[in-house]
Design a protein around this ligand. Structure first.
Ligand SMILES: [Zn+2]
Ligand SMILES: [Zn+2]
Length: 171
């Protein structure tokens, strides 16, 4: 795989939140098994997610295609179950998006938001975090306990916007 530079980072997130998850280097399958005591197949899925450049997201199906290439016996239901387990363990972030595949995955990262292109379906990281005082205020006002928040913006990405621009005008 060529997409494993481990150095990209999200600008501007600061260290406000209590979570101290930083972007670590890609993790090997053996390392995943040792450090997380995951069943082998789940460790393989986790290692696949960890190969992604920070800021890249893949659907369960894309991860399945990759997993199946390397481990032909791995079925799609194992991939779905594995992702759900990894999400519940806090190792993997699941970003729910409207449309066919309905979610994309990335390695757990410092809190950030996402942008979803409703034309091509691409999901990008956005360096924005809902201020904690807003969450506190909402919690108080509604008497609900907010424990988690995910912000996803929807719109048309740069690529789609430029490719749908009128073609008659000069570039
Ligand atoms: Zn797009
Ligand atoms: Zn992300």
């Amino acid at each position: 795989m060529s997409d494993s530079h481990g150095n990209a980072s999200i600008q501007g997130l600061g260290g406000q939140a209590g979570r101290d998850v930083s972007f670590p280097k890609p993790i090997s399958e053996e390392h995943a098994t040792q450090t997380t005591r995951l069943p082998t197949n789940y460790a393989r899925i986790y290692a696949l997610v960890c190969e992604q450049v920070p800021g890249h997201h893949r659907t369960a199906h894309e991860l399945y295609v990759e997993a199946h290439k390397r481990f032909p016996t791995m079925g799609i239901s194992t991939v779905y179950r594995g992702l759900a387990r990894l999400r519940d363990m806090g190792l993997v972030e699941e970003i729910v998006v409207p449309g066919g595949d309905s979610a994309v995955y990335e390695r757990a990262a410092p809190p950030h938001s996402h942008f979803h292109c409703s034309s091509c379906g691409d999901v990008q990281d956005v360096a924005y975090q809902l201020p904690s005082n807003v969450l506190r205020r909402l919690s108080r006002a509604q008497a609900n306990q907010i424990t988690d928040v995910s912000v996803t913006f929807h719109g048309i990405c740069r690529g789609c916007a430029s490719s749908s621009a009128p073609s008659g005008s000069s570039p």
